[in-house]
Design a protein around this ligand. Structure first.
Ligand SMILES: [Zn+2]
Length: 94
């Protein structure tokens, strides 16, 4: 499964993984990043090799994050083509 990292110019980073969405909690000195689910207290760590380890089980089902992200990405792509202007979101798909 793929992990999707999103980042805005406002510096808010999120991780979408297996249908769950996480907010960035902190970046560790070794380059890994510590995330917490936006809906429960489940935490995850992402590593430089882009692997993701989830620490606990979620107390809820995955949401429609993946679908939502795909739609947002398509809209961004369309917007970029139409306006030929810098987009304020950068998507890294692995
Ligand atoms: Zn959760």
């Amino acid at each position: 499964m793929s992990a999707i990292f999103t980042e805005s110019t406002h510096g808010k980073r999120q991780l979408c993984y297996l249908g769950y969405r996480y907010s960035l909690k902190r970046k560790n000195q070794n380059g890994s990043e510590y995330w917490i689910c936006v809906k429960c207290q489940t935490t995850a760590t992402s590593y430089l090799d882009l692997s993701v380890i989830v620490r606990e089980d979620h107390t809820h089902l995955p949401d429609e994050t993946d679908k939502e992200v795909l739609e947002m990405r398509q809209n961004l792509k369309r917007k970029a083509i139409e306006e030929s202007s810098p987009i304020d979101l950068f998507w890294f798909i692995y």
